[in-house]
Structures are given as structure tokens and as C-alpha cells.
Design a protein around this ligand. Sequence first.
Ligand code: NAD
Ligand code: MG
Length: 475
Amino acid sequence: MFEYAPAPESRSIVDLAPSYGLFIDGAFDPPSADGGVFKTVNPASEEVLAEVSAAGPRDVDRAVAAARRAFGPWSALPGAERAKYLFRIARIIQERSRELAVLESLDNGKPIRESRDVDLPLVAAHFFYYAGWADKLRYAGLGPDPRPLGVAAQVIPWNFPLLMLAWKIAPALACGNTVVLKPAETTPLSALFFADVCRQAELPPGVVNILTGAGDTGRLLVEHPGVDKVAFTGSTEVGRQIARAVAGTRKRVGLELGGKAANIIFDDAPIDQAVEGIVNGIFFNQGHVCCAGSRLLVQESVYDEVLTALKRRMATLRVGDPLDKNTDIGAINSAAQLERIRTLSEVGDTEGAQRWSPACELPEHGYWFAPTIFTGVTQAHRIAREEIFGPVLSVLTFRTPAEAIEKANNTPYGLSAGVWSEKGSRILAVADKLRAGVVWANTFNKFDPTSPFGGYKESGYGREGGRHGLEAYLA
Ligand code: NAD
Ligand code: MG
């Protein structure tokens, strides 16, 4: 095996303040007396990065009121004028992409290679893409004069902080809505830097408001009577609470929740490529991916070959410093998430599955979990049914295509799936029967702003991305 010298990206490009206020009506303000403060840490070192505000009821009131005031003039702008702001935001994101990538890796723990080469390019691409729609909404197939909904309350998770922000804010603004967005409590910083990007782009005050805080702030925001639309990405449990909270109100809701995707390997698949796809499917972003390929379904006749190749490949994965450009797997985002991964993995052990990880040295400080596979998993095992949201793969087998389809669909979720086969007709036939919002063929975890993304069943409802993503913000 090769030894690599460390190749750390410098963090000096990020200028962190000791504390941050809330971004309301174009300005950063301290929280009101009913709010508070909390700290965000670097999960790779447990170092405190900054103190951040927790918005209380009065702050939520103020942010929603600012978004309401901004809505009239913003929605009255010609689409081509709104597009100019979005194009400007996209270009500033590109110009500041190194700074934002380092910041994202610091606050989230993801490898710089991913924040630099995946997250940031996709963030800019989302703004460019929806900027292009802003003056063409009447051609979106939603009637001759589609109208914005009003004020959108948007709550996002910690796994792709800036990318989830882009998925939410870009279409909302393109369609003429204004937003109040709450980032996750463990990754608030890139949203606050995005607020600065909005100021740099001279976006009118109140069009974008950023409220940091924990679940309580999120609840206050989605339950606020001044909100017209709720967009949420996160756990199915919180998604259910939100659906209950907005039931019977005039609010429109979009929910993007969990997943337990099947990655299906047929015996005629190009095995080396499939192994890369398996690794990318479950170890990308430490497995903190709602559409992760966390259930591997391998055809029995190639099981030994696939497992041998997979283990060999996993032994080459480098776990460690997220800012090192050689790192494949970074830190687990929080102590709480690490605890969830450990607990569910122990359930895998006690239920009789066999755990395997390559030898790897984990750093002393911070939150880490070695890439792990469980073999001998049956459909009854909890690790085959519940979302682990970490670098843990459950391996199952099948004999026939019908069995593969049945097992793949045997889940309360339905966000994504993967099919690996040399045969185009087989891929199409299987994809047609999979109850999943996205089906990847001979690839996995590929994202593009032009492609709609969303779930079946308990993975939520509504689509984000593409022309379909406009529907969530227009009436
Ligand atoms: P979560 O659902 O608790 O948090 C997501 C966001 O919702 C955060 O911003 C949080 O502050 C906010 N929130 C929490 N309670 C709320 C409430 N009652 N009302 C409004 N907003 C609220 O997710 P988590 O605790 O960070 O992670 C738990 C599990 O969720 C993970 O293990 C994983 O299975 C799943 N998850 C899924 C995704 C996804 O992309 N689908 C992302 C993150 C987590
Ligand atoms: Mg953090």
C-alpha cells in the first residue's frame, strides 16, 4: 500500500468571528431576550469554532415579518430582474468557493475533496440553474401565470449544509418567494456566510433571512402563522411532527426525509465499477446521505467475488483529517450521531450479523467511525430496516431479479436505488418496478440541478430540483 504525506488545505482563508448574530432584514442582530446562544464545534477536533445565536419567538416573529414586507416588491420584480440577483449569488459562490469549502469541512467534518469538488460546484450550479428559470416560469407547465406562494419557512439538516440551503433557497427566490431558513444546529456557519454572500450581491433586505438555533427554533418557524410554505429536509420523525403541525392550515408542505436505499448488483455487472459504486454509495460523506446505498443486494453467484473486491477496496480508504486532500472519510458530524451509529451497529452484532472493518487508525480527538460492513444480514434485522446514517453497509443476497425487486421494495422508505447490470433491458425493467424517487443505473449518488429528487412512502413528498422543483414554490 502507498503511504501519502499529509496534504492539508490551509484554513487561513476562513475568517471566523468569535460570535454570530441572526440575519434578519439584511442585517446581523444579536438574539432577543427570549433567544439564546450556543457553540458549534469542529467534529474532527471538538474545537469550538464560534458562538452562534439561538432564535427565540420574538426573533422568529421579526424574521417572518421582514420576509413578508420583502415579498411584495420581490415578487413584483420582473423574472429577469430576480434572475440577475441569483446569477450574481451563483458567481460570488464560485469566487468564494475555496473559503466556503474549507468552512463547510470545518463545521461539518466532511472531506475537503468532497466539499470542494461536489458540494460547492453543485451549490453554484443550483443557483445558476434556477436563475435561468426565473423569467420562464410561464413555460414551466404550471399554467400561463404561476404565482409565488409568499413566505417560505425552510428547515435543513447538517449533512449537506450549503447544498441543502441551495436546494431550498434557489427555487424559492426564482419563483418570487421570500424565505426564512434555519440551518441545523451542528452546522450553522455556512448559512451565515451565505447571508454575507446575499449582502455582497445586494439582495434586497428581507428576501433571505437566516435564523440559527436548534429544533425549538425550527418548530417556532414552521408553526408561525405568517408562513405560507414549509420545506423540510431531515428525519422522518420530525417530518411527521411537522406534517401534524401544519395539517388544517393553508400552508403548503414539502418533506424530504430518510431512506434505506437498495444498491442491487446483478451477476453480469462490471464488478470493479460496481465496487466503486458501492463504496461511493455508502462511504461518500461518511454515509450521512439520505439516499445512501445502505442496503447492498448482491446476486448469490457473484457474492464471493464482490465481497472480496469490496474488502480490498475498503482497505485503501483513508479516514482522518477532513482538511487533508487525501482523506476519503472524514469525521462523524456530532457526538449524538456517533452514538446513534454505534448503538445500531451493536444491534447488528447482537442480532447475529457479522461485522467487518479494515484496519484503520482513528484520530484521538473528534468523532470517528471506521467504514464497516455487515454480512449475513436478513430482512428482519434492524440494520436492514432502519437508517443508520453513517458509514455502515448491510449486505444481503438474492437469486432472481424478482427476489431483488421484492427485497429492494421491502422498506418503509423509497428515496433512491441503484441497479448494476451490463444489460440495458434488465436495468429498465427493474428500475420500472422499484418504488424509489431516483434510480441510478451503473452509478450512484449522482446529483444534478436539472434532475428532480424526492421520495415515495416515508421518504416524504414533493420534489426538489429540475422543473418539478418549481412546483413546490408556485401556485
Ligand atoms: P432532525 O430531523 O432532528 O433535524 C433536521 C433539522 O430539523 C434540524 O435543523 C433541526 O434543528 C430541525 N428540527 C428538529 N426538530 C424540529 C421540529 N420539531 N420542528 C422543526 N424543525 C426541527 O435530524 P437529526 O436529529 O439531525 O438527525 C436524526 C436522523 O435524521 C439521522 O440519524 C438521519 O437518519 C436522519 N436525517 C436525514 C436527513 C436527510 O437528508 N433526509 C438529514 C439529516 C438527518
Ligand atoms: Mg459543527
